[in-house]
Design a binder for this molecule. Structure first.
Ligand SMILES: CC(C)(COP(=O)(O)OP(=O)(O)OC[C@H]1O[C@@H](n2cnc3c(N)ncnc32)[C@H](O)[C@@H]1OP(=O)(O)O)[C@@H](O)C(=O)NCCC(=O)NCCS
Length: 467
């Protein structure tokens, strides 16, 4: 009898990996194009599986927190109910990626040049393995991504066929879904892959997708703002620099900004809309393309990733109404007018943070170094002095300080990337690294389908009766 390739795959995957050696063997036999990253990851997975199993066994019934009515109807703020390994957010200190702050990452992760901004490929290694990579390991990720970067023609055609004026985020989500037909996880699942090995094709899909996103973003950009004249990838450039170059920006400062931008937007623990949406959809074993597309449609909301577009529009509104160098008093009046108009001041506030976002601070430091005299930077700095007091004076805003989006647009403007409706795409390309790295871990740890409990108003009233 002839054994079909599908049956062969099923038979091969029926054996469970029993030890680190077995997992390493899987890694070595796996795609030879990614041996070092996959091996490093495989080494970590078994130990972490054991730790999570022990956590559940020994402490499974212990209490992490309680849920109040206010939390249940208030967007689930602060309810600790999700496992997310790649980063952790402290309300006062801000984000840590695998335990490292942004300044620590800038110091420890290899850059394109000594003293330069970190290469996001290094952060991807860190997010996946928990270890700071060597320069050679970072280069291997750059190579790995380059080898996976070819974009199928049907995705280019799909992007070329969308009506002019389709929002860049809508285009991004559609392009990601266009890639889904090539999902290795979906194919392996269909072929009967054992669940202990889900993480392997999820890693494959994640690397494929991350590798292709810069060209997708550049095509969206060039189609929308450069008459469809595309720029070919440059194999001599790193992942983030290539994104900038394919968009048409090769100046040293622009490349450095893109490396920093792509590093700091990757991950912000698991509860934010784009991360949680990706995580939730992935928990149904939808493949990484389907899961990430869901995350991107969430990132496209103005209270989340689209805020960087909104900030720029708001700043342009400021300069149109009161000039490029308004006084602080004029700014105060403008901010109050925004609030009285029933609108938010974009770029300020946060659901978890209670201090200035360190992602804002590192961009401010970048601006002080590269564009200290740029008038829009001065305006952003003045807003930093004016807005928090006003938001505090409203008496209801829990965090009056600026977030990541308050600064990013002005830096992009300085280097000539002036089309603010594109900004969230750059955020999305970066976010892929965080949410997909966690997606690999979610499958490696066997996290189940998510299914929190919902209640009706009557059911809530019933539960609180007599308390
Ligand atoms: C990020 C954000 C959605 C968090 O929302 P949140 O967790 O509900 O924030 P709070 O608990 O502080 O909100 C309490 C009140 O203050 C308001 N508020 C919060 N930030 C505000 C801001 N920047 N401007 C005006 N009002 C704001 C909220 O809208 C809410 O008003 P309401 O009670 O009338 O509905 C919110 O701060 C915001 O809309 N910021 C502007 C958009 C933005 O920059 N988003 C990017 C985040 S990284």
């Amino acid at each position: 009898m002839q054994i079909t390739s599908k049956l062969r795959l099923t038979l091969r995957s029926a054996a469970l990996p029993r030890s680190v050696e077995d997992l390493l063997d899987v890694a070595r036999r796996g795609l030879s194009s990614a041996p070092s990253l996959k091996e490093a990851l495989a080494e970590k997975i078994l130990a972490e599986q054991e730790r999570v199993k022990a956590l559940k066994k020994e402490h499974g019934s212990k209490i992490l927190g309680q849920v109040t009515v206010e939390q249940a109807i208030g967007g689930m703020r602060g309810i600790p109910c999700m496992l997310w390994e790649t980063s952790l957010l402290d309300a006062d200190e801000g984000i840590r990626f695998r335990g490292y702050t942004i300044p620590e990452l800038q110091e420890k992760l290899p850059g394109a040049a000594p003293g330069g901004e970190p290469l996001p490929e290094g952060l991807l290694w860190l997010l996946l393995t928990g270890e700071v990579p060597t320069p050679a390991q970072v280069s291997s990720v750059t190579e790995e991504l380059r080898s996976r970067s070819a974009l199928p023609n049907h995705v280019k055609a799909l992007l070329g066929s969308l009506p002019a004026g389709t929002h860049p985020m809508t285009q991004l989500a559609q392009a990601v879904l266009g890639l889904q037909s090539g999902s290795k996880f979906a194919a392996a699942y269909d072929a009967g892959l054992h669940k202990s090995r889900y993480w392997e094709p999820v890693l494959e899909d994640s690397l494929d997708l991350i590798a292709k996103l810069p060209e997708i973003a550049a095509i969206i950009y060039r189609n929308a703002y450069a008459g469809g004249e595309l720029i070919a990838p440059d194999p001599a450039l790193d992942w983030a620099a290539n994104l900038s170059a394919m968009m048409g920006f090769r100046e040293h400062g622009a490349l450095e900004l893109m490396r920093l931008y792509q590093t700091i937007h990757t991950d912000h623990e698991g509860g934010n809309v784009s991360a949680h949406a990706t995580h939730l959809v992935g928990s149904a074993l939808s493949d990484p393309y389907l899961a990430f597309a869901a995350g991107m449609t969430g990132l496209a909301g103005p209270l989340h990733g689209l805020a960087n577009q909104e900030v720029l529009r708001w700043i342009q509104h400021v300069t149109r109404e009161i000039g490029e160098s308004p006084s602080k008093e004029q700014l105060r009046e403008f901010v109050w007018a925004t609030l009285k108009g029933g609108k938010v001041v974009p770029g300020f506030g946060h659901a978890v943070l209670r201090r200035t976002d360190p992602r804002y601070t590192c961009q401010r430091v970048f601006a002080q170094k590269h564009l200290p005299d740029y008038p829009m930077f001065k305006l952003v700095s003045d807003l930093y002095e004016v807005v928090p007091d006003i938001l505090t004076a409203t008496g209801k805003v829990k965090n009056p300080w600026p977030n990541v989006d308050a600064h990013s647009g002005v830096l992009l403007q300085y280097y000539g990337i002036t089309q603010e409706s594109f900004y969230t795409v750059l955020f999305g390309v970066s976010r892929a690294m965080g949410v997909l790295a966690q997606g690999v871990w979610s499958r490696a740890l066997g996290l189940p389908i998510e299914r929190p409990k919902s209640l009706t108003v009557d059911a809530m009233l019933d539960r609180v009766k007599g308390q």
